[in-house]
Design a protein around this ligand. Structure first.
Ligand SMILES: Nc1ncnc2c1ncn2[C@@H]1O[C@H](COP(=O)(O)OP(=O)(O)OP(=O)(O)O)[C@@H](O)[C@H]1O
Ligand SMILES: [Mg+2]
Length: 250
């Protein structure tokens, strides 16, 4: 469904992506793990066409994002839902309008129906209807995160990108989100890419796991293969050992 080929991206002197190759199979969940600053969010923004590479390309269902016109890019982007790392809610809109934003913008759906969809998606992420009229500033960090998640799934996207959807959530709420990610994939056949630091979440949702380290994929495989990996960088990351010696931070 998504093919990333030899992707390079530099910001100033900072070589963030240094030849990333990744295949994301249709209808499965691919998890990207890797340390802070390793380029995970930058990679994800290339997959949805918010950033463009210096070298290499991203193919979505065979279409090269770099070669598309602005209107074709908009068409391809509409196939995606994205949960941003920092929720990225509109501060001046109540929760239900945030969740239903794309429906309000791109369809003629009556407000009552948009509210009904918002209410349902909020319920899926474990939020009550009483948050519908609240403003983002009146929510906790974890609640904002889940509103961002509800917004990403409001349009029934074919492809979902999750940038650390469980970071900052308590263990029970993380489990609600992990189960939702699994059930979206199993029930609706959604193709998903999830970035996470949380290995419990990674092992639970992933069909494939790829580890990014200093802008390159150092290993990819099934959860069992990653669990049994002998690659020192992977071992050190998945066990959370700061004394392993191999792992450098940027
Ligand atoms: N728009 C940008 N302009 C300049 N530099 C950027 C930009 N976006 C990201 N970077 C740089 O790219 C590097 C990788 O950032 P990125 O956000 O992809 O890290 P990450 O792997 O997602 O980390 P974390 O786990 O902390 O979220 C960092 O050094 C960051 O400063
Ligand atoms: Mg990030």
């Amino acid at each position: 469904m998504i093919v990333v080929e030899d992707l390079h991206k530099t910001f100033g002197a900072n070589k963030v992506l240094r030849g990333v190759n990744l295949h994301v199979p249709k209808g499965q969940t691919t998890v990207i793990i890797g340390g802070s600053g390793s380029g995970k969010s930058v990679l994800m923004k290339h997959i949805i066409g918010l950033l463009f590479p210096d070298q290499g390309r991203v193919l979505v269902d065979g279409e090269d994002l770099c070669a598309l016109s602005e209107s074709d890019l908009v068409r391809v982007r509409r196939r995606f839902g994205m949960v941003f790392q920092g929720a990225a809610l509109f501060d001046s809109m109540p929760v239900w309008q945030n969740v239903g934003f794309a429906l309000l913008q791109h369809t003629n759906m009556p407000h009552g129906e948009v509210m009904e969809i918002a209410r349902e998606r909020l319920e899926w992420v474990g939020l009550n209807a009483d948050v519908m009229e609240r403003m983002p500033a009146e929510l906790s960090g974890g609640m904002r995160k889940r509103v961002g998640f509800a917004r990403a799934i409001a349009m029934d996207p074919e492809i979902l990108l999750y940038d650390e959807p469980t970071t900052g959530l308590d263990p029970v709420m993380s489990d609600v989100i992990n189960r939702l990610v699994r059930s979206l994939q199993e029930r609706l056949g959604i193709t998903a890419v999830m970035i996470t630091h949380d290995m419990v979440s990674a092992y639970y949702v992933a069909d494939h796991i790829a580890m990014l380290y200093l802008g390159e994929i150092v290993q990819s495989g099934t959860p069992d293969e990653i669990r049994a990996s002998r690659e020192p960088l992977v071992r050190q990351f998945v066990t959370g050992d700061s004394t392993g010696g191999v792992y450098q931070v940027r």
